[in-house]
Design a protein around this ligand. Structure first.
Ligand SMILES: Nc1ncnc2c1ncn2[C@@H]1O[C@H](COP(=O)(O)OP(=O)(O)OP(=O)(O)O)[C@@H](O)[C@H]1O
Ligand SMILES: [Mg+2]
Length: 554
């Protein structure tokens, strides 16, 4: 290295030192970005990446998932982890790339709700494994024909898989799916943020999955409670309203469409021939122009025109919500509470990406009345166990005034016997980092979650006030019951009647009062339910999310 007399190096020397950085090498240094900053979280992240992939693959292939997870301690800090699914498997040529190359996957380039998107989840797990133990990973795959067994590592300098061995086995049972065996450094716990907790919450959001977990402390089985696959989300094209300038420019240079009219109609959703004419008129571009010939100024005009024309909101069949019924049943299965309610909001958009928010509340029963409400967060049916503080889902809960719904709150989470479930479903989940644990605070997202929580809160407050009324009545009755002997004695003295008969009559009257109040309680509840069905609850106008201008023009 050429160093000048005063210790500085020359620009030429600096330039000589510049070189490309491979993505694997980057994450080798920054494994915390993928969720591997500590040994406890590392085990959960590996399980999460493998199980999310199995669920995605099974859902896409229309297979009811059967997933096995095994975790064995093999050293002071090392664990052997085995995964198996009954999904479609991966074809032989793509197995090493799917597991041994970062930013390689089938989900990044499409607009469709799925658990994974980035193409770094499972290769990140293999990278962490080889970093901490230096051992090869074993991956077996079959699409129903032969079983391909790979022993492999990741060449981090090249970001390429390094195949150590490849064997082919016969497959009499025509098994299909993926098996993964890896060893990694970790720390095993069984508290709130843990592998069993992650699997429990996964089972709540995926009742169609059967998951068997063999851990260091025994076996846990999460049975399939729904024998039907959820409605499969469809892939959509981007909507003109959310497209950013740079992306539009890239799309113009890479499209297969021969002219700009075809480009707008084929590469975007909700653009019909009428809207194309309007857009091109506003942008002053001829419909026959070649997309790649559109210059910077024209792209700018086109971009503006695309936002000005009225279009139907993006299609929402690209989303797969949990549904209110499933949320209530999932919560009932896991939580011993008295009252359950769920709200699924209609789909809407942020940055042109369709998304949908769902919330569920479980209240009362064995839940602790003196602690902060417990929050279950889900993004595309995946539980989020870390970084609650920086997550839009938690922020929205804190921004709701829960005192209006009968709970206590002193800034922050509500206090009371309550569990809150929030599910955020979108074709693109705006995670705050590659570790996929917290959702970014887009105002449109926070607004939607608050509306869902307020709606559920109103339903909860009815239950809470009914309960309070019933409790007050019961206390009054108990108080009176305690004084029956004294009242009977006084009345006996005053009227000269038999004290025993007076006691008996008073007790009968109390019993009748109890029956009457039960009937009254049921009637009030029925009336309230009826009112709720017929009248849609009013929402504060400033709180309502603005929907896209819609026009049935196509
Ligand atoms: N169990 C599996 N069955 C079938 N295909 C799988 C399985 N696991 C991984 N794949 C394939 O390998 C690819 C890479 O997986 P990886 O987890 O790295 O990325 P991803 O799931 O696409 O996105 P993310 O980084 O967000 O998890 C997936 O896109 C999928 O095509
Ligand atoms: Mg993945």
């Amino acid at each position: 290295m050429k160093i000048l007399v005063d210790g500085r190096i020359t620009a030429e020397e600096m330039s000589r030192q510049m070189k490309e950085i491979s993505i694997s090498e980057f994450f080798e240094k920054n494994r915390h970005l993928l969720g591997y900053e500590n040994a406890t979280k590392a085990l959960i992240t590996i399980v999460k990446e493998a199980v999310d992939n199995s669920l995605d693959a099974c859902d896409e292939a229309g297979i009811l998932p059967d997933i096995k997870v095994e975790l064995k301690q093999v050293g002071i800090k090392s664990f052997k982890m085995d995964f198996e699914d009954n999904g479609p498997g991966i074809v032989e040529s793509k197995v090493p790339l799917a597991f041994g190359k970062m930013l390689f996957g089938s989900k990044f380039h499409r607009l469709r709700q799925s658990r994974g998107t980035q193409g770094i989840g499972i290769s990140g797990a293999l990278l962490y494994s080889q970093l901490t133990t230096g051992k090869n990973a074993k991956v077996s795959s079959s699409t129903g024909d032969k079983i391909h067994e790979f022993e492999m590592m990741i060449d981090t300098i090249k970001n390429e898989p390094r195949i150590v061995s490849h064997a082919t086995q016969s497959n009499k049972d025509r098994w299909h799916g993926i098996k993964i065996e890896i060893e990694a450094e970790g720390n095993y716990v069984e508290r709130y943020q843990s592998v069993p907790e992650y699997l429990k919450q996964t089972a709540i959001a995926n009742p169609h999955a059967h998951i068997v977990y063999k851990g260091p402390n025994g076996t846990l089985k999460f049975d399939r409670v729904v024998n039907k696959l959820p409605e499969q989300p469809k892939e959509i094209k981007p909507h003109p309203y959310g497209i950013e300038f740079g992306i539009l420019r890239r799309m113009l240079s890479t499209t297969r469409s021969k002219n700009i009219k075809g480009f707008l109609m084929k590469d975007f959703s909700r653009v019909g021939s009428r809207s194309v004419s309007q857009i091109l008129r506003l942008a002053k571009i001829e419909s026959k122009r070649k997309p790649s010939s559109i210059d910077h100024a024209e792209t700018s005009r086109l971009h503006k025109a695309m936002q000005m024309v009225k279009l139907i909101a993006p299609p929402t069949d690209c989303l797969s919500p949990l549904t209110e019924n499933l949320i209530v049943n999932g919560l009932k299965k896991e939580i011993d509470a008295e009252f359950f309610v769920a709200v699924t909001r209609p789909p809407t958009v942020y940055r042109g990406n369709p998304f949908q928010v769902e919330v569920g509340l479980a209240y009362g029963g064995s839940l602790n009345p003196n602690t902060s409400a417990h929050l279950y967060r889900f993004a595309n049916k995946v539980p989020l166990l870390y970084h609650q503080k920086g997550c839009a889902l938690a922020q929205s809960v804190e921004e709701v005034d829960w005192r209006r719904y009968g709970l206590q709150q002193s800034g922050g989470m509500p206090i009371g016997p309550m569990t809150i479930l929030i599910h955020f479903a979108s074709v693109w989940v705006p995670f705050t980092s590659e570790g996929k644990q917290a959702i970014a605070n887009y105002p449109e997202i926070v607004k939607e979650i608050k509306l869902a929580l307020q709606d559920a809160g109103r339903k909860l407050s009815k239950f809470v006030s009914q309960k309070r009324r019933a409790k007050q009545r019961q206390m009054r009755r108990k108080l009176f019951e305690r004084y029956i002997p004294e009242v009977a004695e006084s009345l006996g003295k005053l009227t000269g009647r038999d004290e025993k008969i007076i006691t008996q009559k008073l007790e009968e009257a109390m019993k009748k009062d109890k029956e009457i109040s039960m009937i009254a309680e049921e009637t009030v509840k029925e009336k309230e339910d009826k009112e709720e069905k017929t009248a849609k609850e009013p929402t504060k106008p400033e709180e309502e999310t603005e929907s896209m201008p819609s026009e049935n023009e196509e």
